[in-house]
Design a protein around this ligand. Structure first.
Ligand code: FAD
Length: 381
């Protein structure tokens, strides 16, 4: 992609085939710049990448494993003020080490694997253990685009946000961007949803990207032993007396802080949360992951009640217009009673709804709760 032009009706992308030099254009209603941290789409639509880049250069060493060693399957952060080491068991027989260069070193000190070996040997890793198959250099960025949308052009992934790799969350954050934008764009293009829905993309994704960026920065400070005692105590503190059971932030599913939702947010509210993913059964005896049984559209889910029965006529027709399904979740000890019901085989869905004191929730296609009966099941604005 060498050029992005947009007008009132669409986007024209100019591409140059890097092998043949042939230039072509593509016309589309919308474009997504998913072209990484140095995104030329971002520059083409005049977005700025705000934030900072740390001046420490890191070397990342990728190896093929030749023999097993104790704890080879562990992801280990070797905590050290001078030279912390990230030691990552990867899949398919690969292992990676990430090490900061010393202030007087530059990538020029490591032109080939021969110069890289002493770094691994200092960690006790030898030619008997691994083959080095590549090494590269990078710096830690804490940056975000000032806007993720300019007209018909969206930014996603590293083009929109860059975080240090400590939390292993950069790509996941980009995948969540792609999913969030994907299901909305698909429905806007077919006319099922109005164009204004696309504004919820950044409203929903930016806080989550900012959360993981902050988390990655904090984890880096832990590993580099930069936290004060007070900060360490605050980080270790497990919140008490919460409705939502505490899960470490890296494991806890994301929660929406705004966007296409209705109702209060916070610990005691189900709104903005993602439904759990247990095994459920359907009325013809199939068992599967809840996601698969719910399908990819809007679903109202009732706790042992038909959720449609809890809606006014007006609310029902607004959900009908979005193609919503109405599904009652039954306990596994009961017979199902109608065609659109699910059985809570793992005994997870009904207790989850009950914990937040709700009888029914409205789920978006991405399985976030958009609304609940306690705060109103009308279609969010
Ligand atoms: C050392 C390191 C470790 C990491 N570890 C993790 C981890 O454990 N877990 C995790 O979730 N994330 C991790 N990340 C982050 C992760 O790699 C990135 O967040 C992710 O790759 C971003 O994906 P992306 O598709 O947005 O961008 P990229 O992966 O950068 O892909 C962009 C693509 O666009 C192409 N492109 C660029 N410009 C153009 C153009 N003009 N025309 C056509 N194509 C173009 C590029 O060639 C590239 O293929 C790590 C990053 C680093 C540096």
């Amino acid at each position: 992609m060498t050029r992005v032009d947009q007008d009132a009706d669409g986007v024209t992308l100019t591409a140059k085939d890097t092998a043949t030099g042939e230039v072509s254009t593509v016309r589309a209603r919308y474009a997504i710049g998913a072209d990484g941290g140095s995104s030329s789409t971002r520059a083409a639509v005049d977005c700025s990448l705000l934030g900072d880049t740390n001046d420490v250069t890191w070397i990342v060493i990728d190896c093929k494993v030749k023999r097993w060693w104790p704890d080879r399957d562990f992801l280990t952060f070797w905590s050290d003020k001078e030279r912390p080491v990230v030691d990552i068991a990867l899949s398919a027989g690969n292992h990676r080490w990430e090490i900061p260069l010393k202030p007087d070193e530059t990538p020029a000190n490591y032109p080939t694997s021969a110069e890289v070996w002493p770094l691994l040997k200092a960690l006790g890793v030898t030619e008997r253990d691994v083959d080095i198959h590549q090494h590269a250099f990078y710096r830690h960025h804490v940056r975000m685009a000032d806007t993720w949308r300019r007209g018909r052009v969206f930014l996603a992934g590293d083009a929109a946000h860059l975080m240090p790799p400590w939390a292993g969350a950069g790509m996941q954050t980009g995948m969540r961007d792609a999913h969030n934008l994907g299901w909305k764009l698909a429905r806007v293009i077919t006319g099922e949803l109005p164009e204004s829905w696309l504004d919820t993309y950044e409203a929903e994704r930016r806080p989550n990207a900012a959360f993981y960026t902050g988390l990655a920065v904090q984890l880096g400070r832990v590993i580099k032993q930069e936290l004060s005692e007070e900060e360490q105590a605050a980080m270790n503190a497990v919140p008490q007396d919460t409705v939502t059971p505490f899960e470490p932030p890296l494991i806890a599913p994301p929660v929406l802080e705004g966007g296409w939702i209705r109702g209060p947010l916070g610990d005691a509210s189900i709104v903005g949360r993602m439904i759990p993913q247990p095994i459920a059964g359907d009325t013809v005896g199939r068992m599967g992951r809840l996601d698969d049984l719910l399908g990819s559209g809007f679903v109202l889910l009732g706790a042992d009640v038909d959720p449609a029965a809890l809606l006014t006529e007006q609310e029902k027709s607004a959900w009908d217009a979005l193609g919503a399904r109405y599904v009652a979740v039954r306990p596994k000890t009961a017979y199902t009673q109608g065609p659109d019901e699910l059985v809570d085989l793992d005994d997870v869905i009904l207790p989850w709804l009950s914990r937040y004191g709700v009888r029914a929730v409205a789920l978006r296609p991405d399985k976030f709760v958009a609304a609940a009966d306690v705060s109103g099941l009308a279609v969010p604005a």
